[in-house]
Design a protein around this ligand. Structure first.
Ligand code: UD1
Ligand code: UDP
Length: 387
């Protein structure tokens, strides 16, 4: 069979990390079968939001970078569509690979499906059932533009069936006759691969940060409804700061640039207080290996991130989710993740419960066997073999 040409579209931080699992599996198992072209939309562009991951996770530098940067949804997405369309016309790939639910995902899905290039969606089927989230719209539209859909969890697979996708479809697969798969999660592949490496390559990271194992809580906040609503942001941070003081814990907060901007411009007083407190440490975004060490060694995680929620599970840490709903519902059903929104009472209760909990929580294997990227690539090749 001739080599297939696959365009791998990334743009936001988590997509670059996810793409590393696919790139690694191509290099290791499929280098004779698949040529990979990496397109970076430029949605994330700060060194610590983009370049650091290419360097550290050994991903090929993007073959194309559209450099779209930050803008409103319409402008940002339309610039991406225009740029991706030009690349697709020039490169004529066999398929286009997309991750998750960002504006870069949506732009890739629209550009590729309208030019009739098969779209392959990794992390298909995830739903929050909250269409006020931009990500929910991006997910639904990307899934319904796809030919192969890889759902990472049972819940995601069921969501696809509820939206009319049929598991019994047979080849040839097309946008009108798509194939859905239940796979594991490629981020679990990454955690298995990088956790040991992080210990070796960043052996002194925790010491340099003066952090003691199990004596700090890792906090990330970046969802627009938390960062852009200063009442919510204020309540979350004031509540967490008070809890850290009461429990004599350190809060380590590698914050997304949009959170820092909100704090500095709209909550300057609180930002200064957090900077001065001995219980809170605001730091710039960290690399994936550093993040892995923080997750592995913390006492608990407080986050509104999708990826970090799952990583809390990989590292067997309780997780407080600063949202009212989650796509990773199995974590909540398992009792190891708690949805608290931005409600000070719920944050306080769950924080204290997890802190005082002495019985062991269980962390079943929800996310596959660590070989999901390999499985996905095999299925892509099979689709082309079947014609
Ligand atoms: C995006 C995704 C979100 C994902 C997140 C991962 C959409 C709609 N949202 O949200 O689903 O969880 O990425 O991190 O696609 N900024 C910088 N430097 C950067 C990037 C962003 O300063 O390198 C700041 C800018 O002020 C920008 C803001 O962050 O306006 C938001 O960036 P944007 O890419 O629009 O959305 P995210 O919040 O990062
Ligand atoms: N991450 C990182 N450094 C940070 C914060 C997050 O490497 O400072 C990683 C994290 O480990 C996870 C991914 O980025 O793999 C999650 O990205 P993010 O929270 O930005 O987006 P989401 O997953 O919510 O879309």
């Amino acid at each position: 069979m001739p080599q297939i040409k696959l365009i791998n579209i990334v743009g936001a931080r988590p997509q670059i990390i996810k793409a590393s699992a696919i790139s690694r599996a191509i290099r290791k198992h499929f280098s004779n079968d698949i040529t990979e072209i990496i397109v970076h939309t430029g949605q994330h562009y700060d060194k610590e939001m983009s370049e650091v991951f290419f360097d550290e996770l050994e991903i090929h530098k993007p073959h194309y970078n559209l450099g779209v940067g930050s803008a409103g949804h319409g402008r940002q997405t339309s610039m991406m569509i225009t740029g991706i369309e030009e690349i697709l016309i020039k490169e004529k790939p066999d398929c286009v690979l997309l991750y998750g639910d960002t504006n870069s995902t949506l732009a890739g899905a629209l550009a590729a499906s309208k030019l009739h290039f098969p779209v392959i969606h990794i992390e298909a089927g995830l739903r929050s059932f909250n269409k006020t989230m931009p990500e929910e719209l991006n997910r639904i539209m990307s899934d319904h533009s796809s030919t192969l859909l890889f759902a990472p969890t049972n819940a995601a697979f069921k969501n696809l069936m509820n939206e009319g996708f049929r598991p019994e479809n047979s080849p040839p697969y097309t946008i009108d006759n798509p194939k859905i798969y239940l796979t594991g999660d490629i981020m679990y592949d990454n955690t298995l691969f990088f956790a040991g490496l992080a210990e070796k390559k960043k052996a002194k990271f925790l010491e340099d940060m003066s952090l003691v194992k199990n004596n700090f809580v890792l906090v990330t906040i970046h969802r627009d409804n938390n960062t852009d609503d200063i009442v919510r942001l204020n309540e979350i941070l004031v509540t967490l700061k008070t809890l850290a003081e009461e429990k004599n814990m350190m809060l380590v907060m590698p914050l997304h640039p949009r959170t820092i901007v909100s704090l500095k411009t709209k909550l300057r007083h609180l930002f200064d207080e957090l900077e001065q407190s001995i219980h809170t440490r605001i730091i710039p975004p960290v690399s994936f290996l550093e993040m892995t060490l923080l997750e592995k060694n913390c006492r608990m995680i407080v986050t509104d991130s999708g990826g970090v929620q799952k990583e809390s599970h990989f590292f067997k840490k309780p997780c407080i989710v600063l949202r009212n709903e989650t796509e990773w519902i199995e974590l909540v059903n398992n009792g190891t993740a708690k949805l608290v929104g931005a409600d000070p009472v719920r944050i306080r209760n769950e924080f204290k419960n997890f802190m005082d909990l002495h019985s062991n929580l269980e962390y079943p294997g929800f996310y596959g066997d660590g070989k999901t990227a390999e499985f996905i690539l095999n299925e892509i090749l099979t689709m082309f073999e079947q014609g």
